[in-house]
Design a binder for this molecule. Structure first.
Ligand SMILES: Cc1cc2nc3c(=O)[nH]c(=O)nc-3n(C[C@H](O)[C@H](O)[C@H](O)COP(=O)(O)OP(=O)(O)OC[C@H]3O[C@@H](n4cnc5c(N)ncnc54)[C@H](O)[C@@H]3O)c2cc1C
Length: 614
């Protein structure tokens, strides 16, 4: 039982990657071997387990392009003609197609994406267990702070039938509350002298929580002080002086130098921001906590909320993959058999119909764009792409690049150098989202936790799935029912300054095999939950979403220079329209959120339409 029930694909995947990592470099695989049988042929990508996210088969062509390889569409290549070609089937690319069709209902559109599934980071993971389907999210988690969305983004959600009100009922916090579950912290013996899981972070009175930890008396006192006292740690400074100082002081330095906490406490707080920011406490300005107080210590010093407080409940079972699905349902209705927006969640898209001959909108997966060139006569854009090792080309009247900024200079070598530098500026942050299918979750109930923060472990956040029952989907309620466990890994390289740490993290992600992630996951869960958790018995399947190019770059006052104006910001320089090519995607806003992806799509399409009317 148990281990044997890991699906065959899990096992094979882990083994294959391990061997590849040990014996062959990806370059040898890429150049020396025939095209592997990628998962692209699988009829239903969301149900694939093993290594997902930027899965093998999705990244090699783009990396070869960056390494200098050239791809030409020969005379025998497939040549097509459409009104709009979109590179990238993430939320930005799909939204761009949607906005374009809204302005030009008869437009013929081709959307290319290098992955075997649509949605980009908004990725769905599905599992079967005990006769039912469990739906999880492999990337974009929730609609975060929808009240702050632009009018354009709000309107798109409305037109896609997203009713935010339903989440107040659908998100049923009582599922875990009624069992007395809380957030726990795992104190590891390497950092704190003893392995101990302490439940009640944020729910027990702070002195009581502190007393249960293995922290020293001084660190305990400081923990309680940070959470219960509202002191001004920068007395005598004006508001502007405080902002200036906090923008240039890391949160870690603020705690040490101004709040004067015991350094031991930093072992607790160093990683608490990793999931949210992909940065440790050493690498983001303390001012961010003034704007969004998700960590303690600034309450009495400076609070300037950047956006209204909203509950974090706007979560579809597959995260914002539901937004991507609804866009696809609207763009290619024949591929998603759903009578209503609500029915989209449980519909099973026909992947074979996404790219149907003659359809006005076609989504071509497993297809990496390698060039986008304005035609010399100004009549359109020629886009070249590689699919299954074959080079194809398409002539489009307009083109939206809704892919990652970093690849655009390679697709459009004719761009001005300044624009290329702007596009190359923002490094995306790497991270890993894992869904582990558990047979049941009694071990969590016994430990009194629904979520564990493990500051110094590979998976710094481990949580039972969000308790959301929606549109015919029912979240597990009994500890004896199968459930998805969500685990987050963010490589943390505090020794590497600035955004370079993300390049280091990306390399680490690509060099780590599925087998080694899986082994670490089993070991960590066993250590945190103790003998009550038998991984071999409990874990039924694992899907690991690897995102070497994850969150879009967000400007950081600790290391970014002060730009003279908005127009000087590198991503603004980078996103300028180039002939009939416009640039969308979240990178174009330097903002790692769904609404940014939508807003940038709207802007990019607007530029093309305005260009056409001149
Ligand atoms: C793990 C994770 C969790 C997140 N959680 C949240 C959240 O909870 N809430 C929120 O609002 N935001 C969240 N975000 C951010 C959010 O996902 C993004 O802002 C948004 O989805 C980006 O959409 P996009 O279309 O711009 O980019 P992507 O989703 O990255 O889509 C771009 C697509 O273009 C493809 N592409 C790149 N190059 C090429 C090429 N040469 N040819 C063809 N295709 C190419 C990419 O592979 C990708 O599929 C999260 C991001 C990550 C990584």
């Amino acid at each position: 039982m148990g281990r044997r029930e890991i699906t065959r694909r899990d096992f094979l995947n882990g083994t294959r990657i391990a061997l590849t990592g040990a014996a062959l470099s990806p370059w040898v695989e890429l150049f020396g071997a025939p095209a592997p049988a990628f998962a692209a042929n699988d009829p239903f990508p969301p149900a694939l387990t093993g290594m997902r996210g930027s899965h093998d088969g999705s990244w090699e062509v783009a990396h070869a392009l960056v390494a200098g390889r050239r791809f030409e569409a020969g005379a025998a290549a497939r040549h097509e003609s459409v009104d709009l070609v979109v590179v990238g089937a993430g939320i930005s690319g799909l939204a761009a197609a949607w906005f374009y069709r809204k302005a030009r209902p008869g437009a013929r559109i081709l959307i290319l994406d290098n992955h075997d599934d649509f949605g980009g980071h908004a990725k769905r993971n599905e599992f079967e267990a005990a006769g039912r389907t469990l739906i999880g999210y492999g990337g974009t988690e929730s609609i975060d702070g929808p009240a702050s969305y632009s009018a354009v983004a709000k309107e798109l959600l409305r037109e896609l039938g997203v009713d935010l009100e339903v989440f107040h009922q659908a998100f049923d916090a009582s599922v875990y509350e009624s069992l007395g579950l809380s957030v726990g912290v795992f104190f590891d013996r390497e950092s704190f002298g003893v392995d101990r899981l302490v439940a009640g972070y944020g729910s027990l009175p702070w002195p009581e929580f502190a007393a249960r930890t293995p922290l020293s008396a001084r660190a305990c006192a400081d923990l309680v002080r940070l959470h219960t006292e509202s002191r001004d740690y920068l007395p005598g400074l004006s508001r502007d002086e405080k902002v200036a100082l906090l923008e240039k002081t890391s949160y870690e330095d603020f705690l040490l130098r101004h709040a004067r906490v015991d350094p031991e406490l930093l072992r607790l707080y160093r990683g608490m921001s990793l999931e949210y920011l992909a940065l440790g406490a050493d690498s983001f300005p303390a001012y961010w906590i003034s704007q969004e107080p998700f960590l303690p210590g600034l309450e009495g010093t400076l609070v300037e909320r950047a956006r209204p407080e909203e509950p974090y409940i706007f979560h579809f079972p597959d995260g914002n993959a539901s937004i991507a699905r609804r866009l696809v349902w609207s763009l290619v209705p024949s591929a998603v058999a759903a009578r209503s927006a609500e029915a989209v969640l449980l519909a099973r898209p026909s992947y074979g119909l996404l790219d149907a001959e003659g359809a006005p909108v076609r989504i071509r997966l497993s297809s990496t764009a390698v060039a986008a060139r304005n035609a010399a006569d100004g009549a359109g854009v020629d886009v070249t792409y590689v699919r299954d090792g074959v080079v194809g080309s398409v002539r489009a009247r307009d083109c939206v690049l809704a892919c990652w900024n970093s690849v655009i200079p390679y697709l459009c070598p004719e761009l001005p150098d300044r624009q290329k530098r702007g596009l190359a500026y923002g490094v995306k942050a790497p991270l890993v989202y894992v869904n582990a299918l558990l047979r049941g979750w009694r071990a969590f109930v016994d430990a009194g936790v629904q979520e564990i923060y493990a500051p110094n472990e590979t998976y710094s956040f481990v949580r039972l799935d969000f308790p959301v029952s929606l549109d015919g989907y029912r979240a597990p309620k009994s500890p004896d029912e199968p459930i998805l466990l969500h685990l987050v890994h963010v490589p943390h390289h505090p020794e590497t300054p600035g955004a370079e740490q993300w390049r280091a993290g990306r390399r680490a992600l690509l060099a780590t095999s599925f087998a080694s992630y899986e082994a670490k996951l089993r070991e960590q869960l066993g250590r945190m939950l103790g003998p009550g958790f038998d991984g071999d018995e409990a874990i039924l399947a694992i899907t690991l979403n690897r995102w070497p190019h994850g969150y879009a770059y967000q400007p950081n006052t600790l290391w970014d220079p002060p730009w003279a104006s908005e127009a000087e910001r590198p991503w603004v320089v980078g996103r300028q329209r180039f002939g009939r090519i416009a640039i969308a995607n979240a990178d174009a806003a330097a903002n790692a959120y769904t609404d940014a992806a939508i807003d940038q799509a709207h802007r990019a399409v607007g530029e093309l339409l305005a260009g056409a009317s001149r």
